[in-house]
Structures are given as C-alpha cells and as structure tokens.
Design a protein around this ligand. Sequence first.
Ligand code: HEC
Length: 139
Amino acid sequence: MRQVFLAFAISLALAGAVSAGAMSVKDEMKTVVDPATNTIFAVGGEVDPANGPDAAKVPAARWAEALKASQTLRSAAAHLTGPQKQPGDVWAKSAADFASLAQAAEKAAAVNDGGGFSKAANDLGDTCTACHSQYKKQN
Ligand code: HEC
C-alpha cells in the first residue's frame, strides 16, 4: 500500500517536472523568473541592514514571500541547467551562478538573514545580465 502511494507521488512529481521543464525559456522568464525576481529585489531592499533599523522589522509574512520566490527561482535554475540548457560557457556559468544564488537567497530567507538575503538578491541581478547579454535578443 505504501509502495503504491509512493509510486503515485513520484509519478506526480515527475509529471510536474516534465511540464515545467518543457516550458520555453521565454515563457518561464516572463511568467516565473521575472515576478519572483521582482519580489526578491523588493524584499532585498527592505531587509538590507544598510537601510537602517527598519530592516529588522520586516514581517514574517514578507519573509515567507521571499522564501517562496527563492524556491521558485531555484526550480527555474534547475530548468536552465537541465532541459533548457543551451551550449556555451556563458550559459553554463550564469545558470550555475543563478542556481547557487537562488539557494543562498533561500537559506537566508529561511532564517530571516537580512544581510545574506540582500547580498544574494544583488548578486542575482548580475546573472540575469550576464546571460542575457549573450543569449537574449536585445530589443
Ligand atoms: C542562463 C541564462 C539566463 C539567465 C541566468 C537569466 N535569463 Fe532571462 N532570458 C534568457 C533568455 C535566453 C531569454 C530570451 C528568451 C527568448 O526570447 O526566446 C531571456 C528572457 C528574459 C525576459 C524576457 C521575456 C519575454 O517576455 O520576452 C525576462 C523578463 C527575463 N529573461 C528575466 C530574467 C531575470 C530577472 C533573470 C535573473 C534573475 C534572468 N532572466 C536570468 C536567459 C537567461
């Protein structure tokens, strides 16, 4: 009985992974990466200790949003380094940086670490530019 349940759970997880991985880079950027990044940049500013004592007063619900957005980026990163991967060193490096910074943001958000979170948010922005400068048509 337990095995049947496990098999079912695994097949659901795989179905989810396949459908998300099959999304085009463009669609995932627009509907997943961009909104999550907006949240991360906004919270990154709010929790940055350099912005004074208010940074310590960010409510738990806001941290929860930051955590969720970081997890969203981490799964998008898994697509960029997996099914959506494109050839070239710049892709490999920027996608790997994106993955490790999403993970750093997630860890910082989980323990409400304002300094760590704002740094990860800032550094994350550089990975977007690095990849886009070579792989995204400039319009
Ligand atoms: C490893 C490469 C890579 C990284 C890292 C990356 N992107 Fe992208 N992004 C792309 C590519 C490629 C496109 C162009 C897709 C197309 O037009 O087919 C794109 C397009 C976009 C678009 C335009 C979508 C549209 O509507 O046309 C947005 C917005 C975007 N990215 C946001 C981000 C943000 C924000 C980050 C960083 C947090 C980021 N991307 C990181 C590869 C990347």
